[in-house]
Design a protein around this ligand. Sequence first.
Ligand code: ZN
Ligand code: CU
Length: 486
Amino acid sequence: MQDTFDILVRNAEIVDGTGAPRFAGDIGISGDRIARIGDLAGRSGRTEIDLGGRIAAPGFIDAHTHDDRLLLSGGDMAPKVSQGVTTVIGGNCGISMAPMPRAIPQPVTPPLNLLDDQGGWFRFRDFASYLQAVRAQPAATNCAMLVGHTTLRVATLDDLERPATTAQIAQMRALVQEAMEAGAIGVSTGLFYEPAVAAPTEEVIETCRPLKDFGGLYCTHMRDEADHVITSLEETFRIGREVGVPVVISHHKVVGQANYGRSEETLAFIRRNMALQPICLDCYPYTAGSTVLSADRAATSTRVIVSWSKALPQFAGRDLDAIARELGVPQDEAIRRLDPAGAIYFRMDEADVQRILQFDETMIGSDGLPHDASPHPRLWGSFPRVLGHYGRGLGLFPLETAVHKMTGLTAKNFGLADRGVLKEGAYADLCLFDADTVDEAASYAAPIAAARGIDTVVVNGAVVWREGRSTGARPGQVLRRQAGGH
Ligand code: ZN
Ligand code: CU
């Protein structure tokens, strides 16, 4: 028995990530693991943190991110660690930075330009070299990465408006095989987006075939989250059944005023199918989405904020209708002049967002876009907003449930062994926070702001965030999925 811990957290209210009621105790950390949990009054630590009754929870796992490049270009991961996130799932919505075995077309095909509008970062010929770069220059958080079907299409097809041929599918399947061998946890699709719309369901199934042998996941930004959302859920479940793997419905929502309220129908449909096959889902806690700017999406939104523009960067952060007025042109012409650009679209119902957040199987994912000039506040605010605004404020769920949705549930669904729970022997990923004050500070008007109420964040036994700033520690690991975790 060691007498001195590396870190000793005293007087914590421990919310262990399983959803169980909190209990009082101390936590002793040795190396990268939790060594002891209990009454450690007689013990000491090289670093001691007295929480005085504040909360110790597992570090949050961001179930849905676009942090593929941030891991390399902004490795302190400030938007993430500042809100208590210690692991990010990257490569979502069909968009991964690797593999890119040939020169990426210019201009960079949207939505891949959400990761890098110049294209220089798409330089990893295979998935192994991308993961090797992340391991060689670790970030502050852990990561687990998906390989994106849209990236595979851009890497393989010359005409994205057609289904892949049998030969092209074989090439994409070989890239999936390579990615899974290298340590990817699954494949993501963005069938909603132009470069993947032409992909029939069969193309996705045949491309994803290698997943079964690796116990990988299929994660999807579905083809349609509006009028045809049920058809898209059916397509998603079919892909999961035919490939023989669990599916993750990314950022579940129903969009467009005509569909307000339909989460009752989608959640009932998801629940019924959960009895038949493994299905997971995540959600971000806002009524606005964010992606590349397009006239279609703007037309079905009640408000649009421009988040970045390559052509007219001075308009980032401004409302589209104000920009159109200032330019003295109709909205469609303003969109044409701003392009390529990103936007924040208000087109969800608050009651739907709350119903989806409350659904017991829903994980929390930010879907933050870290390279936007004026990003959606979900990048910096998602986790504290669930704990503060939705949990403590509106009382959607007890704190223990909110924490479970961002820790234990997520680790189980993604197969991240010894993460997402506070128990002896688990990795020492922790978020220490004040349940009375934790909340987002980011807003649509001022989206770049560290959360309130987060004291200290620990990743693999190293303190990465303390008293409102990054410590400079970069202990992040590349995590693999342990199949059978579902
Ligand atoms: Zn998406
Ligand atoms: Cu996304």
